[in-house]
Design a protein around this ligand. Structure first.
Ligand SMILES: *Cc1c(COP(=O)(O)O)cnc(C)c1O
Length: 552
């Protein structure tokens, strides 16, 4: 048994030293290096770390806190073990979902606050990192076309958090002082069926109620049907409901659908006038994916100095046509951890008019100890109290690292690769691209067995009310192809894809299953897109021969 002082002295070595100590710094850095080295040993040809083994929650339940401390080296080993089976998002054969591989600069941006622990509740506890939050806010505001002098922003807990802030502002506009008195019934949210389900969380948690989310159908390009939105908004107003917010989705998660924000804001303005509303329904742009395309706001597509292919230019310009209107939204959600290549969580909530934030301020007298000095006290209006600095510095790091040109090159390349993939897929009669009009980096496609007329099948599956059985059969075929591809990918012999159980629901009422390639790795080359198509064809053959197991 050792006395407490022995334990204390040993544990002191486990902290970064508060007084300059270069020998100890070497130990600190070496501990990190050894950790990275251990992770490196998990790498192989496959796009994942180590071997995927089934998760053991029974073992997890039996875990307890031990009596004695462990050396860092042992802790480190246990942490590295927890990464086994993780996909390597940046691997050129990874095309799973909208998960980014973080840059070294953004990792450093996350690491520094992890060591020095700024708290963004106030600038008294975060100093220059509070200024960094103001810097990133101004940079991003300018990027999307807000006036940095008029707008304001805070980092928060994800795109869901940003949506929560946006809708909260909308509630305060529709129901003044709801923050004090509570939310009365009668508020509705308007959003497309393809917008993110976070709208339901937000409606539930903010007291609007999930049932009061009105789901508006989308066009085939997954953008909201503005005519139907208008009809629904009018019905709501005429039945004495109040519109807590219009949610415009700029970049839907599964298919990069882009809502016509320009038309939505016009619609809102028209309704305010026509019905002489005593409030202005709030418009929140959920642009957590699409925001990054605003680097093309001042790109000369005609001149195309970066040398993108014509197909790529067309896709980038088409996205730009919608994204350029982001500044018309009252608030915007931005995820640097998606299309900004930062680690989780790095989300900025931006408002066009900084006075909107006042709707959220609680009385200073309720939190006196936070505001003895300093100038910037976001905790007066943020939902969170403590906020870490990792997201802020990671975002700042990447905005500096990339500049506009860097982000253009990255996004342009991803779109270029997605276009190649679509071209390769379209070159075969047994595959169809489900979202050929898509202008982002996600491709949904479907594979068919011999004997299916792929010229007409897509149309039939979508629009024929009697096609249900056929859709089912092809769904099962695609699930088997997916399973085969997945097994190959795990052996390092193919691309790690994902699958959506519902690309859209066809007229038969049966959801259409699609294979999904989400390209977000900067390491991808055209050869990888070709490999994907080759393995898809191989999987198709194998499934037709009955070589793949059933999925049910
Ligand atoms: C990912 C996503 C969200 C949720 O954002 P988180 O950062 O995961 O909380 C909301 N909306 C869209 C369109 C998304 O793609």
């Amino acid at each position: 048994m050792s006395g407490y002082r022995d334990i204390l002295l040993r544990l002191r070595q486990s902290f970064p030293q508060p007084i300059s100590d270069r020998f100890h710094d070497a130990y600190f850095v070496f501990s990190i290096m050894r950790t990275l080295d251990a992770v490196d040993r998990l790498k192989s040809d496959a796009p994942l770390l180590g071997e995927p083994s089934p998760l053991n929650y029974d073992a997890a339940l039996k875990t307890r806190v031990a009596e004695d401390p462990l050396p860092i080296e042992d802790v480190q080993r246990q942490l590295v073990e927890r990464l086994e089976g993780m996909p390597i998002w940046g691997h050129p054969l990874s095309q799973i979902n909208v998960v980014a591989t973080p840059t070294i600069a953004s990792v450093i941006g996350s690491l520094l606050p992890a060591i020095y622990n700024p708290n963004l509740a106030s600038d008294e506890t975060s100093f220059g990192v509070a200024q960094a939050e103001a810097m990133v806010t101004a940079m991003t505001a300018d990027l999307i076309g807000y006036d940095p002098d008029q707008s304001s922003g805070v980092f928060t807990f994800g795109g869901t958090g940003a949506l929560l802030y946006g809708v909260k502002l909308g509630i305060e506009k529709a129901f003044p002082d709801a923050i004090e008195r509570g939310v009365p019934p009668g508020g509705v949210l308007l959003a497309s069926t393809h917008s993110h389900y976070a709208k339901l969380n937000v409606a539930g948690w903010l007291g609007l109620g999930e049932q009061n989310v009105i789901h508006i159908p989308t066009h085939l390009d997954n953008s909201i049907d503005v005519e139907q939105l208008e009809a629904a908004a009018r019905r709501a107003i005429e039945s004495d409901k109040r519109i807590a917010a219009f949610i415009a989705c700029l970049g839907t998660t599964d298919a990069f659908g882009l809502d016509n924000l320009d038309a939505i804001v016009d619609l809102r303005d028209r309704l305010v006038q026509e019905y002489e509303l005593d409030y202005r329904p709030h418009v929140h742009a959920d642009a957590v994916i699409g925001w990054a395309w605003s680097v093309f706001n001042d790109y000369d597509f005609e001149q195309n100095e970066l040398g993108f292919r014509p197909r790529t230019i067309r896709a980038l310009a088409a996205a730009h046509r919608v994204i350029q209107h982001l500044h018309r939204a009252d608030s915007v959600g931005i995820d640097f951890h998606k299309t900004g290549f930062a680690p989780y969580i790095s989300t900025l909530f931006l408002v066009k008019d900084q006075s909107d934030m006042r709707l959220l301020v609680r009385g200073r007298e309720e939190m006196p100890y936070l505001f003895q000095s300093g100038q910037r006290h976001p905790a007066m209006f943020t939902l969170e109290t403590s906020r870490g600095g990792g997201g802020v510095l990671a975002a700042l790091a990447n905005l500096r690292l990339f500049g506009k040109q860097g982000l253009r090159a990255l996004l342009g390349h991803l779109v270029e690769m997605a276009e190649w993939l679509r071209e390769h897929l379209e070159g075969h009669s047994c595959t169809t691209v489900l979202n050929p009009e898509n202008v982002g980096t996600v491709t949904l496609f479907r594979v068919y067995p011999d004997g299916v007329d792929t010229w007409t099948i897509k149309d039939r599956e979508l629009h024929d009310p009697n096609a249900g059985e056929e859709v089912e059969r092809h769904n099962e075929f695609n699930r088997q192809v997916f399973q085969y591809l997945h097994e190959r990918a795990m052996q390092g012999k193919g691309v790690h894809l994902s699958k959506t159980e519902c690309y859209r629901t066809g007229a038969s009422g049966v959801p259409i299953v699609g294979l999904k390639s989400y390209i977000l790795t900067p390491f991808i080359e055209q050869a990888h897109t070709k490999l994907l198509v080759d393995t898809v064809l191989e999987a198709r053959e194998a499934v037709m021969r009955g070589g793949a197991p059933a999925t049910t």
